[in-house]
Design a protein around this ligand. Structure first.
Ligand SMILES: Cc1ncc(COP(=O)(O)O)c(C=O)c1O
Length: 427
């Protein structure tokens, strides 16, 4: 039986009643808290909060795309006609009509057979990642993810004591040969993957690779945790290109998550997880002690927004907004970043840059912030074993938040600073 004196923090101290006078336990934090991984993106975002900065740092939607008029009218209507329900405690799994709407929506995206009992609504996909991590990870478990990969995921996994190993990212998605070499050697608990316009690498995973990945997960018995934040933000190609990995899953090895943060508004905090029933039941239990339920009001809002056709209607315009920003960024990169390489993103929010050898993009951050431009140095996106010098010359730039004019202005300034830095190294 576990007892207070078995807690690691008390081990080695004298047993007995005097223990409470000698130890300073009430003043200490948990091992969990002492090992928490702060987010580098949040740190940059905090540093520039309230300042006049052209920011390519966070993956923020352009705020003018928020459907304020529709949401205002819907919210007023919901509060008037169903206020008691919208303001009341809700079910942990989610608002049932929204579960049904999302099941139908996923069917339209090529993921057939999802029923409401396979779904759970989370307060954003960041919470989805955290909840999934809590039901899958035991301390010391091996977890695989793309490297570079999403720090919100690596942070959540490390917080729970996972051992992380990174899978390199190629132009058509993660290097599955590298993945296979690892899974042949050791059984990971899961592979976290962002197949549609990955954050930060911006690449699209090929359909063949999606199929192959599911085959591997079934053969070597590991979960796939699929995070599809950007699948709807596609600029070219066909919708078949962005059909989730989950669509190829016939054995229940894929836990899929999708957020409305990039397509409606992140302030609503609504995302969904699709998984086998047993998995959603566990997620429901762990969410009970996290936050009980996701806001009833915003769930009803999102449901009405989709059911009344606003969601489908806005996607073409949204894609156009971000495509035009992507194009503006690529034009400015060609102009101001000689010797830098990238794969043109076919969707999503990000360019991933490899700057000339020996560039230290972290050293670029302070002067850039001073000049009013923010970006993310690439090294904070790498996990596991990686080449520090290679990582040091990478950069993530989000084109989602700023206007075309500010993209041109900000990149002209950043390019000037970067070229001065490269010149100083090689000069
Ligand atoms: C890949 C990925 N997953 C999850 C999130 C978190 O999104 P949400 O607002 O739904 O929590 C982001 C946000 O940038 C993201 O890029």
């Amino acid at each position: 039986m576990s007892s207070v004196s078995n807690l690691p923090v008390l081990r080695g101290l004298p047993k007995g009643p005097q223990i409470w006078r000698k130890i300073k336990a009430p003043m200490e934090y948990s091992h969990f808290a002492q090992n928490l991984q702060p987010s580098a993106i949040r740190a940059v975002s905090k540093a520039i909060h309230g300042k006049k900065v052209i920011s390519f740092a966070g993956g923020m939607p352009h705020s003018a795309t928020f459907p304020q008029a529709e949401l205002t009218a819907l919210a007023a209507e919901i509060l008037e006609s169903r206020g008691a329900e919208a303001l009341q405690y809700g079910q942990t799994q989610g608002y049932h009509p929204l579960l049904e709407t999302i099941a139908k929506y996923l069917d339209g995206r090529g993921v057939a057979g999802v029923k409401p009992e396979n779904l759970l609504i989370a307060a954003g996909s960041q919470q989805a990642i955290d909840l999934v991590a809590r039901i899958l990870i035991d301390p010391g478990d091996l977890v695989l993810m793309e490297s570079p990969g999403y720090p919100g995921a690596s942070g959540a996994f490390l917080n729970l004591g996972a051992r992380l190993e990174g899978i390199p990212v190629l132009a058509d998605g993660p290097d599955l040969e590298a993945l296979e070499r690892i899974v042949k050697r050791e059984r990971p608990k899961f592979f976290y993957v962002t197949p549609n316009f990955a954050n930060p690498a911006g690449v699209l995973m090929s359909v063949e690779k999606r199929r192959h990945l599911v085959e591997m997960a079934e053969r070597y018995r590991f979960w796939i945790v699929e995070d599809d934040a950007y699948g709807e933000i596609m600029f070219e190609g066909s919708t078949a290109d962005v059909v989730p990995v989950k669509a190829h899953d016939h054995s229940g090895c894929v836990i899929y998550m999708q957020t409305f943060s990039k397509t409606i508004a992140p302030g609503l905090r609504v995302a969904a997880i699709a998984a086998p029933v047993k998995t959603t039941e566990l997620l429901e239990t762990v969410k009970q002690t996290a936050d009980m339920f996701t806001s009833s009001l915003t769930q009803i809002l999102v449901n009405e927004f989709i059911v009344r056709g606003h969601f489908a209607a806005r996607l073409p315009g949204l894609r156009q907004v971000y495509k035009s920003r992507r194009d503006a960024m690529e034009k400015a990169l060609r102009e101001h970043f000689p010797g830098t390489r990238w794969v043109t993103p076919k969707g999503g929010f990000f360019f991933w840059l490899e700057m000339p050898e020996d560039t230290d993009t972290q050293a670029l951050l302070a002067p850039a912030l001073e000049s009013g431009v923010a970006f993310m140095p690439g090294n904070c996106f790498f996990v596991g074993h990686f080449d520090a010098a290679e990582a040091a010359r990478t950069v993530r730039l989000a084109y989602s938040r700023e206007s075309e004019a500010d993209i041109a202005k900000g990149l002209s300034e950043l390019g000037r600073l970067a070229n001065r830095l490269v010149g100083a190294v090689h000069g």
